[in-house]
Design a protein around this ligand. Structure first.
Ligand code: CP3
Length: 340
């Protein structure tokens, strides 16, 4: 029997809908914090197959999730290409910024397969233990990865990266091309190792105006999806162009993804009107409603379920779980979705 989440990704209106949550493994879970302290640094945790597999499975031991997302991080591919990567305590990734051709020349596609080998081993280990849950592999959308690689750290505007895209499109384009190739190597490796679905997190896609969005988000995503269709036609791809707004429809059709994830700001009925009726939508409960719990969580959950009933849908958040979320709220949410 095909797994529930895969049926929804194939376009079936499975009800109650399958459910999993972005960042379902992480700091809101005491068992994650304990294991994280044991592992030391975060990159060490991501590249330790035994510990990373355990972290991936932690939420499944507590909650009846339909999906398990590989525990890793987005800038792993930048690191695999040869860019230094470190995590400042309590902060996001920090990388030496790439600002010119010399910076780009440091990157080497040939070493990606070797460097991601421990993460593919995590995928193999998790796949052996997921049972009825679907193992979701992931990487970053090329635009969002380029944002971190050019800026060197998180930002609200990514002005250096977006400025480079305007001032020197061939240079920015060369970085995007490299990321398309590196992500194809990485995602094909994940699928071969047992990932049953793949997700592309393009968290900063929504910063771009429509023409830039088409060039740097939709087109590179389409190349990745087309490459995967050639090698792995049966592995569905979920695209998450965060904050795309009304550009979601063009992305859904133009990129060729199997399903689209809606961010917190998206009106699910508007999204449903913009994408083909056979395309699964995923999302988009506000992570802060989950953290708040109680009546707000119940009513927001019910409204989302009511809006999506009758179409292919995967219940999720509109962005990752926030660390202050009580685990009991996650349990209550999963129970409520299962009773829909
Ligand atoms: O969803 C999951 O549970 C799988 C694991 C996962 C992580 N990061 C673990 C992580 C996934 C899918 C990501 C994706 C990711 N990473 C994105 C795209 C999604 C998004 O949130 O927009 C981005 C932009 C990143 C880059 C990144 N990594 C940032 C900005 C941060 C700091 C913010 C934060 O939450 O700490 C990280 C660190 C990170 N990635 C942690 C985890 C569990 C925290 C590290 C720790 O334990 O200290």
């Amino acid at each position: 029997m095909t797994k529930r989440l895969l049926r929804a990704l194939a376009g079936e209106a499975v009800w109650p809908p399958p459910v999993w949550l972005m960042r379902q493994a992480g700091r809101y879970l005491p068992e994650y914090r304990a294991l994280r302290a044991e592992a030391g640094d975060f990159l060490g945790l991501c590249t330790n197959p035994v510990l990373a597999a355990e972290v991936t499975l932690q939420p499944l031991r507590r909650f009846a999730m339909d999906g398990a997302i590989l525990f890793s991080d987005l800038p792993i591919v930048s690191w695999a290409l040869g860019q230094d990567l470190r995590y400042a305590e309590g902060e996001g990734p920090v990388l030496p910024p790439i600002r010119d051709a010399a910076g780009l020349a440091v990157l080497n596609l040939k070493q990606v397969a070797d460097k991601v080998a421990p993460i593919l081993e995590t995928v193999r280990r998790v796949r052996a233990e997921v049972g009825e849950a679907t193992l979701i592999g992931f990487t970053g959308g090329p635009f969002t990865m380029a944002c971190y690689m050019v800026e060197g750290h998180g930002s609200r505007e990514f002005a250096a990266a977006r400025g480079m895209a305007y001032r020197d499109p061939p240079l920015f384009g060369a970085l995007i091309d490299l990321l398309v190739e590196a992500n194809l190597v990485y995602l094909r490796g994940q699928a071969d190792a047992g990932a049953e679905a793949l997700m592309l997190f393009d968290s900063w896609a929504g910063l771009l105006p429509p023409s830039e969005f088409a060039t740097w988000v939709t087109a590179p995503t389409a190349r990745i999806v087309a490459g995967l269709r050639e090698s792995h036609p049966d592995v569905p791809v979920i695209g998450f162009p965060r904050l795309a707004g009304v550009k979601l429809g063009a992305y859904a059709v133009g990129s060729g993804v199997s399903a689209v994830a809606m961010d917190t700001s998206m009106d699910p009925l508007l999204a449903a009107a913009m994408v083909p009726s056979t395309m699964a939508l995923q999302g988009n409960l506000d992570p802060l409603a989950l953290a708040a719990g109680g009546a707000a969580l119940a009513s927001e959950t019910d409204a989302l379920l009511a809006a999506m009933r009758g179409r292919p849908f995967i219940f999720n958040l509109g962005h990752g779980i926030v660390p202050q979320t009580p685990p009991e709220h996650v349990a209550a949410l999963v129970t409520r979705v299962r009773a829909a």
